[in-house]
Design a protein. Structure first.
Lengths: 282, 189, 833
């Protein structure tokens, strides 16, 4: 049996209840208090301690006369729990496992914080965090302490830390509970359940939206290519994946290693060429 | 799940077919912690409450351990209003109650002082009671322009929309008994 | 409250939140529904999924707009013009639900020939006295025959019929005028008008949702009135998927109005006795306040039962049931006038409980500086806040402030039990989950302690002025010994008293129909009667959601557990549903009673054919087809002859501080709005060149008021005060997103981060390019995880004349790039001048 997430962005109201419910349940600290000036997004990205992240994409017409085409897209991103997971492959300690619910799970008590998984994630999801409560037996209320007022720099990337990302609420699933984010989501933009059922629902949803004149596509419901396979957390989008900061062609690092050196050489050549063109234009 | 020899670096130049064959054969050794892992609310008592923020009235479940410690607050799936869902504020209700920034003791600031000091609750209550009486005595008006008014404009009370119906009732009854008429809350709707 | 109250009879939202799902169209205006009430918004989303059209009209393109099918921009504060345009559209295009309007409204009533409209008096109504800035409303009355019966014309053609008056009054609210006033493009306005009309009638219903975006204006009550007129003309009131959803902002804001901590009300919407009226005795009070016809004829039962609940055995027929123990009003004792009184030294001691006027109040610096004049301040709260710590704010010297300040730690909602009333008037009981942290106590604990202590302090007094203290009934000892020993009162006993009981045996009454006017019953708030019909039952604690979507066994909705108000109107005059699709409550002829999926908001066995007796009193005055039972005439009031201080029908006035001259009338702003012209409450001039931009304020989804600043999970989402600015204005001022900006009014200045976005858009209003700036009010100077200046420091106090609500949704301001070098709290700046 494999459970996962279907995130239907057409239902998202951008409230970030998923981010908060996740942090509350998983006792994660805030990532700091930084005003970005970028739409309503001040948490910016997934991190070792932010396991759900709602992206805001403003598509506002410059000229508001006539037909309005303004859109403000919102989408809650999360670990994809890939069929073939880069992090899982790269982990040298056996800390990362695929659990009985089909989720990719990092065992914090095994993880040594080497960070191989961080660079191996095709989606840039995994990150290192401070080792805050390996046993999970008592409250880590550091997230609520004054000392955290300017904590962003100290909370992450410390030696001796562990890698952190969404667990698909492994501990809740063991109790038969829905993950915290999916439970909180007021509009059921985040749906949790059996993947076969979710995929069926997602395809039907695309058709229904199409009947209403909304062009939508699924991302990760089926094989995304690049050796990754289907995603256990997949999305319904109304624009190209890149618009939501999802890679159009994600690649499992291990599949590109043989060609890696060639790719690097091509890239280097490309850079040189670009540099030459810039100088020429100047 | 079976495990075999693995290539932990993934750098061996394996062919595409070998890679896919390898997938699923990564080590899946669950640690003792992982084997034992279960949510902290296992066996905890859920207490039905209501969110204290906006007026939608989302029903919540507060999970409490045997020793009376608050473990978790989430939406009540039974509610016809929220069906278990909560907004970001509701999802953070735990953090409003359990928070080391919270003031859980009396703070007293003496006239002209530049700081708060801790005082026993009983002391503060008695001091306040005396001040209420003193102000009431000094400002009570029985009649104005030949009409009975029996009130004091010397005391005011503000607040009500953030606490319960019964508490509003008690506050109103108490203030009216004193003769206070400047009673208000957020509800000028 | 009076916006809905004078129109339909009760001030509460008419809609059960989950019923929004049944709407064919939802107009959200004056509300940022998705952001301020995200969980209720799920029913809007469900309606949308079922094919409903969602419309959002708002100065800003918000997360609500993003999910709506139609978004239309509007200049803040011009909703009467917009909705007036809808009224004009539905009347001039014959889109009204005529059968509904003729039967269920006062459209056919003939207005006195002394009445003069704004059409005749260029923006004023008859009865205006310029010197006192008040209306004498006598000329707004209906024409009556010799026996006092109101003259009507069911054909709606009489020139002085309400319908014809409305038609003439709103004729100038054309689509062109809407565009010129609101800045809303005509095409969009018409699309919305057509959509509303298309989705109303027998087969379809439209719901309206609003919040404080409509109320916090100097004509706020009239905003609601205009919406009420539209919904009544379209026949959407009392019907599934229809009605007016008033979205309240605090967990118990409805409850704190029903069981009021408001100066002018007693529980159950009984007026507080006032020395300004002739209410010295109970008889005089009842003479003025018991209405001859309709439900309010029962007022004596409710008032005398309340006095019995207040004074118990000391309430006797001989002493007017203790009526004289109630203090009397001598003016407006609402919060903002009281703040002025505090500043002027009248108020000496103050309680502030769970509210933070020092940051979220209007003219917040006035509030803070007023508290310097207090002898003592008691604040009951859970966190440090700008109110309790006013004496250590930036720029003041504590050694000059004599106020004695007490902070008493408050239990949170999880640490106590009790009832809160949500936005659909639903009472919901919450159990106590954990013990209060540290020394924290419930608010009930504190009030109980203080009352018992005052009784002890005055125990030996024989002074009549102290009798109210000694004679107030106060018996709330907890039955649970663990709570009793801690001094916790039984809030259940309080709720039982609110429900009411028979004095002789102490047995609970089953509902308000059991209440008597002879002192044999007591009830602390008649509208809640029925919540505890016996000692073993607490219906606020009902938690069975099975059955129809009205969930009759989940909580208890006042009155009498009704979910949708005025639901008699969901059936045609003959008692049959208007349509099968919109069936809700109907007359069951075989059983001789009203039935349906809700508790009928009507006498249960009064047949539809029951004739009105125009010479009777009380409910007999109404016929079986008069659904608005609280109103004198049993019908919805399109025209309000009495009860409002500013207009019988709404007219658009500019906000007190506006960037343009009123495009519709010569009269610039509400002629009877309440201004406070004083040094510490400086206003921008109307059309003030120094303050050329519209300023609007709101809350954001990530914060609740300013209570949540200390919760890091929320603070990281919106860590700093910001100002939303359109790109055109930003470019002209050299402002980029993330820059610091200073926003100023004549009253004060604040600093914020700029958030430049195309979601804000300049509008063309009356030939002028208008920029709007938006600032959330969720911040304050207190050190917390989320921080920033309080926009309350920019808002001078100006009030609506009916309910004393402040105008904080529409102001004018200036903006510049940069930071504040030095604080300039208004009071100090003024003193230096």
């Amino acid at each position: 049996m494999a459970n996962g997430f279907f995130t239907d962005t057409t239902l998202c109201i951008g409230c970030k209840a998923c981010e908060v419910a996740c942090k509350q349940w998983n006792e994660l600290p805030s990532d700091g208090f930084v005003f970005t000036g970028e739409s309503y997004d001040n948490t910016s990205e997934l991190s070792g301690t932010t396991w759900r992240h709602v992206a805001f994409v403003e598509q506002m017409a410059i000229d508001h006369q006539g037909e309005l085409q303004d859109r403000w897209l919102m989408s809650s991103d999360v670990c994809k729990h890939c069929t073939n997971a880069g992090c899982h492959e790269a982990c040298p300690t056996g800390a990362i496992i695929r659990n009985e619910f089909g989720a990719v799970f990092i065992q914090p008590d095994v993880c040594n914080g080497c960070g191989y998984c961080v660079v191996s994630c095709p989606f840039g999801v995994v990150d290192l965090i401070e080792k805050f409560d390996p046993d999970g037996t008592h409250y880590n209320l550091a997230s609520l302490a004054t000392s955290r007022l300017d904590a962003r720099a100290t909370a992450v990337q410390q030696s001796g830390g562990v890698a952190g990302k969404c667990t698909l609420c492994y501990d809740r699933q063991r109790l038969g509970f829905v993950p915290a984010c999916a439970k909180a989501c007021p509009t059921e933009s985040i749906q949790f359940g059996d993947l076969d059922e979710l995929r069926e629902r997602a395809h039907a949803r695309v058709e229904r939206l199409s009947e209403r004149g909304v062009s939508a596509q699924l991302y990760g419901a089926d094989d995304v290519g690049g050796g990754i396979g289907a995603l256990n957390a997949f999305f319904l989008l109304t624009d190209r994946p890149e618009t939501y900061n999802l890679p159009a062609q994600p690649v499992l690092p291990s599949t590109r290693q043989p060609a890696g050196y060639t790719a690097a050489a091509v890239a280097a050549l490309g850079l040189a060429l670009a540099g030459w063109m810039i100088f020429r234009n100047a | 799940m079976a495990t075999t020899t693995i290539d932990i670096t993934g750098l061996a130049g394996a062919a595409e077919t070998e890679l896919s064959a390898r997938v699923g054969m990564l080590p899946n050794v669950a640690s003792e912690r992982t084997k034992r892992l279960q949510g902290r609310i296992a066996g905890a008592k859920p207490v039905t409450s209501v969110c204290g923020y906006c007026a939608v009235g989302c029903s919540t479940l507060a999970y409490v351990s045997d020793d009376g410690t608050l473990l978790d607050v989430e939406g009540n799936p039974e509610s016809p209003i929220n069906g278990g869902h909560l907004c970001p504020k509701g999802s953070a209700l735990f953090g409003l109650t359990v928070n080391d920034q919270r003031w859980t003791t009396v703070k007293y600031r003496a006239p002209y002082a530049d700081r708060y000091e801790e005082r026993p609750l009983a002391w503060a209550l008695e001091r306040i009671a005396q001040r209420i009486r003193e102000t009431r005595e000094a400002t009570f008006v029985r009649e104005r322009d030949g009409k009975r008014v029996n009130h004091t404009l010397g005391i005011s009370s503000l607040g009500g929309a953030t606490f319960g119906v019964e508490e509003n009732y008690l506050l109103g009854k108490f203030m009216h008994a004193l003769g206070v008429v400047s009673i208000e809350n957020q509800a000028r709707i | 409250m009076p916006g809905l109250g004078t129109s339909f009879g009760r001030g509460g939202a008419t809609v059960w939140v989950p019923d929004l799902e049944n709407a064919d169209c939802i107009l959200i205006e004056g509300s940022n529904f998705a952001e301020a009430h995200p969980v209720a918004f799920r029913f809007v989303m469900k309606a949308k999924e079922r094919g409903a059209t969602i419309i959002h009209v708002d100065p800003r393109f918000t997360r609500t707009s993003a999910l709506a099918d139609i978004y239309a921009p509007i200049r803040s504060g011009t909703d009467i013009a917009f909705l007036g345009g809808i009224v004009n559209y539905v009347i001039s295009h014959e889109k009204i639900f005529r059968e509904y309007v003729v039967a269920y409204t006062n459209a056919s009533f003939i207005v006195s020939d002394a009445y003069r409209d704004t059409e005749d008096l260029d923006g004023l109504f008859s009865g205006y006295d310029g010197a006192s800035r008040t209306y004498d409303t006598a000329s707004w009355a209906f024409e009556r025959d010799g026996q006092g019966v109101i003259a009507t014309d069911p054909t709606l053609t009489h020139p002085r019929s309400v319908y014809q008056i409305l038609k003439r009054h709103f004729a100038r609210y054309t689509p062109e005028m809407v565009e010129r006033t609101c800045g809303t493009p005509q095409a969009q306005f018409l699309q919305i008008a057509e959509t509303l009309a298309h989705n109303s009638g027998r087969e379809r219903t439209t719901a309206f949702a609003y919040a404080v975006g409509w109320t916090q204006h100097t004509a706020g009550v009239q905003f609601i009135r205009t919406a009420a007129i539209v919904q009544t003309l379209l026949g959407n009131m009392g019907r599934p998927g229809g009605g007016i959803m008033a979205l309240r902002g605090h967990a118990n804001i409805q409850g704190a109005t029903d069981v009021p901590t408001l100066y002018d009300l007693l529980p159950g919407y009984l007026p507080m006795p006032s020395a300004l009226r002739n209410e010295q005795t109970l008889a005089e009070y009842l003479k003025l306040n018991a209405k001859p016809t309709g439900w309010w004829a029962h007022t004596p039962k409710y008032m005398i039962s309340l006095l019995k609940a207040f004074y118990g055995e000391h309430a006797t027929p001989e002493n007017d049931y203790g009526y004289a123990y109630l203090p009397q009003l001598i003016g407006d004792h609402s919060m903002l006038p009281t703040t002025f009184a505090m500043k002027d030294g009248v108020v000496k001691g103050s309680f502030v409980i769970g509210q933070n006027p020092g940051a979220s109040g209007q003219n917040a610096e006035l509030v803070r500086s007023a508290m310097e004049r207090l002898d003592w301040l008691v604040n009951i709260d859970s966190y440090d806040n700008e109110t309790v710590s006013f004496w250590r704010r930036e720029g003041v010297d504590p050694s000059t402030i004599a106020t004695e300040v007490f902070f008493l730690p408050a239990a949170t909602v999880l640490e106590k039990e009790g009832t809160m009333v949500q936005t659909s008037r639903l009472l919901q009981w919450h159990d106590k989950a954990v013990e209060p942290a540290g020394d924290s106590k419930s608010d009930a604990w504190y009030f109980n302690w203080f009352m018992l202590r005052m009784k002890a302090l005055y125990a030996n007094s024989t002074d009549p002025k102290d009798l109210p203290i000694l004679h107030t009934a106060w018996n709330y000892e907890h039955d649970d010994p663990h709570e009793r020993v801690k001094g916790e009162p039984s809030v259940l006993k309080v709720l039982q008293e609110i429900n009411g009981y028979t004095v002789a045996d102490g047995a609970q009454v089953a509902g308000f129909s059991d209440l008597k006017d002879d002192g044999s019953t007591a009830s602390g708030c008649w509208i809640y009667s029925g919540v505890c019909p016996d000692k073993a039952t607490n219906r606020a604690r009902n938690r069975d959601a099975s059955g129809p979507y009205t969930a009759p066994n989940w909580g208890f909705a006042w009155p009498a557990n009704r979910r949708t108000l005025y639901n008699r109107a969901s059936a045609a005059p003959d008692g049959t549903p208007w349509s099968e699709r919109k069936k809700y409550v109907w007359w069951d002829a075989t059983r001789g009673e009203w039935t349906g999926i809700d508790v009928p908001d009507f006498p249960k066995t009064k047949a539809p054919s029951t004739p009105a007796n125009k010479h009777a009193t009380g409910m007999d005055f109404h016929g079986g087809a008069d659904p608005f039972i609280m109103n004198l005439d049993g019908v919805a009031q399109l025209f309000v002859p009495s009860g409002l201080k500013d207009a019988p029908i709404p007219a658009h006035y500019e906000p007190l501080q506006s960037v343009v001259e009123n495009p519709i009338y010569t009269q610039q702003s509400n002629p009877v709005l309440r201004e406070y012209v004083r040094k510490d409450n400086a206003y921008n001039k109307p059309v003030d060149a120094d303050y050329p931009y519209v300023l609007t304020t709101y809350r954001i989804t990530e914060m609740s008021g300013i209570m949540t600043r200390y919760v890091p999970w929320l603070a990281e989402l919106q860590p700093e005060a910001f100002a939303e600015i359109d790109p055109e204005l930003a470019v002209s001022k050299g402002i980029k997103s993330g820059d610091y900006v200073v926003i100023s009014t004549a009253l004060g200045e604040m600093e914020a981060r700029a958030l430049v976005s195309g979601r804000m858009r300049p509008l063309r209003v009356n030939g002028k390019r208008v920029h709007q700036i938006g600032i959330p009010y969720n911040y304050g100077s207190q050190v917390a995880f989320a921080r920033g200046d309080s926009v309350g420091d920019l808002i001078a106090i100006a009030l609506d004349p009916n309910v004393s609500i402040h105008e904080s949704k529409t102001l004018t301001c200036a903006i510049r790039k940069g930071r504040l070098l030095r604080r300039r709290p208004a009071s100090f700046a003024q003193d230096e001048m």
